[in-house]
Design a protein around this ligand. Structure first.
Ligand code: F0G
Length: 423
């Protein structure tokens, strides 16, 4: 069994064990596995994945490494650094379905905020940090709007690697920055935005030999493929009509497209769902490119309350375009107001998620409104980050808004009379 790195544009190949993130000419790289060899060794099928019980290093494998044969088939088990990431819940919600106008039996929310550090990033991090260790790297680094830095910090600690994260000044939610500090990674607050941090990481990767764990790292995307396969396995391999999720740096869009493309190649599925990638209006270069038939990506200065997706120059753009084409997908944008309204509904349903995640639900609402998504279709929305990541947005909303769902606290004196008025 042999896996390689391969340029998505020119097809140029590189060994898997070479420390590189792009081809010589800067093109993005895919990890390509030899699935014929994998199939000779493992009886890959729906039943195989539905029935197998796997443990890694004496612990249940979790969702990512359950699909190890299709993610990193060549790695030795003892080298895997895992926190049992994945196996996240696929919620149903009567309230959210009814607000959206969808059939409650046909609407699901996959909650990636229930991963070890509270976001989907852990799925990619377990694979990329395993490779960092395998490639004998000493230091790992990333640019981040917050969640990648939280995840990197936790996994670098576990792997006993030096961690260094770059975050944009004033634009990272308090829960996320707290995690980076608490898990003990070096945190650099950069006077600039996420796109500046990302540019710096790409320069540093060439000149300072620090191993980047951003989604430009193709191993990150290998881990994130498991979100899609897990949804399919949880739904007994029934394909939904739509899979809807937020887009920022477009790592998930790229990984999810690859997951489905490979599932089709492996005979695990016979049809594709449609993707709907949702961007915040103030950070929507992918949406604008989509509207322009992907003629060109015009980078922009990003601005949105959903700081996780405040990105104007997405590094995975070419892979994401490919994913939209593979899935006959669409890209939509929603305003910050729409994100906050959707968030109030997701939160009040007792599920809760951070603002960027709720762009998913705001996008579904908009696409139902425009008739793109039909009320009888099956829709899986992905919530990417935990409600506790960004408490400030919640406090601001409930203290300051006059909406039906605003739920400010009330001060009372310690008397039964005062208490009674609230029951
Ligand atoms: N949702 C959340 C909660 C995120 O943290 C991110 C990205 C996205 C959606 C967008 O995903 O980049 O794959 O399109 N956060 C990155 C970070 C950029 O640094 O934590 P994407």
């Amino acid at each position: 069994m042999k896996s390689i790195l391969k340029s998505i544009t020119s097809g140029k190949e590189y060994p898997l064990d070479e420390v590189r993130f792009t081809a010589d000419n800067g093109e993005l790289l895919d990890v390509i596995h030899d699935f014929d060899a994998v199939k000779k060794q493992f009886p890959i099928s729906r039943d195989y994945f539905s029935n197998k019980r796997l443990s890694i290093n004496g612990q249940p494998s979790g969702g990512v490494w359950h699909f190890r044969e299709l993610i990193l088939p060549t790695i030795v088990e003892s080298e895997i650094i895992s926190k049992q990431e994945g196996n996240t819940r696929l919620y149903r919600s009567k309230q959210v379905a009814s607000w959206l106008g969808l059939d409650k039996e046909k609407f699901f929310l996959k909650h990636e905020g229930e991963n070890p550090t509270g976001s989907f990033k852990d799925r990619g991090m377990t694979v990329a940090i395993t490779m960092a260790k395998h490639l004998k790297q000493k230091a790992v680094t990333c640019a981040s709007t917050g969640n990648t830095s939280a995840s990197l910090a936790a996994y670098a600690s576990e792997a006993e690697l030096t961690g260094l994260v770059l975050i944009p000044k004033g634009n990272v939610a308090v829960g996320k920055i707290s995690q980076a500090l608490a898990y003990g990674t070096k945190t650099l607050v950069v006077n600039g935005d996420f796109d500046d941090c990302m540019r710096l990481i790409r320069e540093a990767q060439e000149k300072l030999s620090a191993y980047p764990l951003n989604s430009i790292n193709p191993f990150r995307l290998e881990g994130q493929k498991s979100i899609i396969w897990e949804i399919l396995a949880q739904r007994n391999w029934q394909m939904p009509d739509w899979i809807v999720f937020p887009g920022g740096n477009l790592g998930n869009t790229s990984a999810f497209g690859k997951a489905l493309h490979e599932a089709k190649e492996l005979g695990l599925i016979d049809r594709m769902p449609r993707f709907a990638v949702i961007q915040a209006e103030g950070a929507s270069p992918f949406y604008k490119a989509f509207k322009n038939n992907f003629a060109a990506l015009k980078t922009e200065k990003a601005d949105t309350i959903a700081t996780a997706i405040k990105i104007g120059d997405p590094v995975n753009y070419p892979k994401a375009v490919r994913a939209i084409k593979w899935t006959n997908g669409i890209v939509e944008s929603v305003t910050d107001e729409e994100i906050l309204e959707a968030k109030a509904h997701v939160d009040a349903a007792g599920i809760g998620a951070e603002p960027a995640s709720c762009a998913t639900v705001a996008g579904i609402k908009k696409l139902i409104g425009s008739g793109e998504i039909k009320s009888n279709e099956t829709v899986v929305g992905i919530l990417t980050g935990n409600i506790l990541k960004d408490p400030q947005v919640i406090v601001d909303y409930h203290f300051n808004r006059k909406t039906a769902l605003a739920n400010p606290p009330h001060d009372i004196n310690a008397t039964l009379e005062e208490l009674r008025q609230f029951l």
